[in-house]
Design a protein around this ligand. Structure first.
Ligand SMILES: [Zn+2]
Length: 330
């Protein structure tokens, strides 16, 4: 009789283990965002913006509205540092409306916004920005630490990069960070890296994009983020990621990875820019750098990516076009 019991117990444990594996692979929330009926997708990318309209935030927003209409955008991506200087004080902080709702007023920008937290956001009440209460105030808003936007054509993986940066923990200076739900840091980062690897390995999308607040490679003020170069970049290189998009440095830039086809794209110029702040000795792979305000647009089809950088007057400063062959045409 004992032998008869072995199989059900084994089966049960298999099922439980199977459920655990399923659960483990589904740790990151996934949002389906369908492509247009012709199979294409377009969106804008802006970062480092929330200053109640100051430092040309309103002018950048105005041009985003015009380009958004022209491209019939499907959504907007914010690369973080959403509210200066210190994030939101709580869910009822009026900075949310003053820096977001009342600024991005164009009809074409009344779409879903997918946002992540920057280091400045972690200096306030980080949980406030993640709260569904903000969606009741402005239903465009969706901000999470790490998550996936899936349109079949493209899988966009948003990664919470602030916890990677050692200095914020070891030498925060006068800044205070809201690390609730992050500590212990090492296990948070390790688990996130495992999730990122799993999502990218399982992805069957034509295009793979990873979005973080901090640059992996940058020639701007902050420069390269060494922790991301060491821990995150090898995973992106191994899993055929097309683009890594970020903010943090208040500039627009395009750098080609020297080891893989990855293109690094910085869009962190949503308001205050840092003119003349350029690391001369760090130019490997550099294709384009602009130290003024602006934003980026992305248009994707099954075969082509068309990415453009705009300045505060809406002028196209730089264009990146990448093509992929369809298997049927080979
Ligand atoms: Zn930042």
């Amino acid at each position: 009789m004992a032998g008869l019991n072995v199989k059900p117990i084994f089966l049960l444990s298999t099922i439980i283990f199977g459920l655990w594996v399923l659960h483990a692979s589904a740790e990151l929330q996934r949002f389906e965002h369908p492509s247009k009926t012709d199979g294409s997708l377009s969106f804008l990318v802006v970062g480092d913006w929330g200053r109640r309209g100051a430092y040309n935030q309103s002018e950048v927003a105005f041009q985003m509205g015009k380009v958004g209409e022209k491209l019939d955008i499907d959504f907007v991506i914010s690369t973080g540092d959403n509210f200066y200087d210190n994030g939101l004080t709580d869910q009822h902080d009026t900075a949310f409306e003053e820096s977001f709702t009342n600024i991005y007023t164009a009809k074409s920008l009344q779409k879903q916004w997918y946002s992540i937290l920057g280091n400045h956001d972690y200096r306030g009440d980080a949980l406030a920005q993640l709260s569904p209460v903000l969606r009741q105030i402005d239903n465009r808003w969706l901000c999470l630490r790490s998550f996936i936007v899936d349109s079949e054509l493209v899988e966009i993986l948003f990664v919470d990069t602030s916890p990677f940066v050692e200095e914020y923990f070891s030498d925060p200076g006068e800044h205070r960070y809201d690390w609730r739900d992050i500590l212990p840091r090492e296990s948070y980062v390790n688990k996130l890296l495992k999730d990122v690897e799993l999502v990218l390995k399982e992805s069957t999308a034509k295009w793979k994009i990873v979005v973080g607040h901090h640059a992996i490679r940058s020639v701007g003020h902050h420069g390269d983020t060494l922790e991301l170069m060491k821990l995150l970049l090898p995973i992106l290189q191994e899993n055929n990621v097309d683009f890594y998009m970020n903010g943090h440095d208040h500039c627009l830039e395009h750098i080609r990875d020297t080891q893989s086809p990855i293109q690094f794209l910085t869009s962190g110029a949503g308001s205050k820019a840092w003119k003349g702040d350029f690391k001369m000795g760090n130019k490997g792979g550099l294709i384009f750098f602009y130290d003024g305000q602006g934003f980026m647009s992305v248009q994707l089809t099954q075969t082509d990516a068309n990415i453009e950088f705009y300045d505060v007057s809406g002028k196209v400063l730089h264009r990146l076009i990448t093509s992929k062959q369809l298997h049927s045409s080979m």
